[in-house]
Design a protein around this ligand. Sequence first.
Ligand code: CA
Length: 231
Amino acid sequence: MAAKLLIVEDEQALSELLRYNFESEGFHVRIAMSGDEAEVMVAEETPDIMVLDWMLPTVSGIELCRRLRNDPETRNIPIVLLTARGEEADRIRGLETGADDYVVKPFSVPELMARVKAVLRRAAPERVADVLRSADIELDRAAHKVTRGQREVHLGPTEYRLLEFLMESTGRVLSRTQLLDGVWGRDAFVDERTVDVHIGRLRKALVERNESDPIRTVRGAGYVFGERQGN
Ligand code: CA
């Protein structure tokens, strides 16, 4: 699990409890304390999923949900709504606004965790899969192990994260900027040549003798992972 989760909740004790539990499950967690702050954070980096409280200062969870659904950039972000209101009409309103699911407060953390994972599994199965596969290459997240055919591929931590990120987007061209954001994080002080260096190391580890290179360089665009057709 390497999913980016944005929690929007103004009760600090609850948001910290959720942060602790979701980080323990391998999520990358960010917290916004208000609807305004959440909008800024979504614009900075699109989360894979959001847990959004209904009752927030300034912009309510419902209003934020509506805004996100009206913007093509954010329309498809899966949202699990937290609500203290048990009224059936309110629940229906929440779902009509575009939330993918909702959990009524007070809830148990395992219940919310299960809902979030279920929504994520539907929306982005590659984010929750324990094993990513592409042709003869397998990345086992649970065992933190990479194999190609029968042999184990030994990778440093950066090459591992790079491969994981590439395999999550198999067949899609990723720019160096996207790779920097996804693997190193937006705040990291590394330049785009760093990406090339680590791609080189990853290739060296993955490709032996006459094996095909699963990483293709797309001139002027970036890199794409996946077996070439005909190989
Ligand atoms: Ca609240």
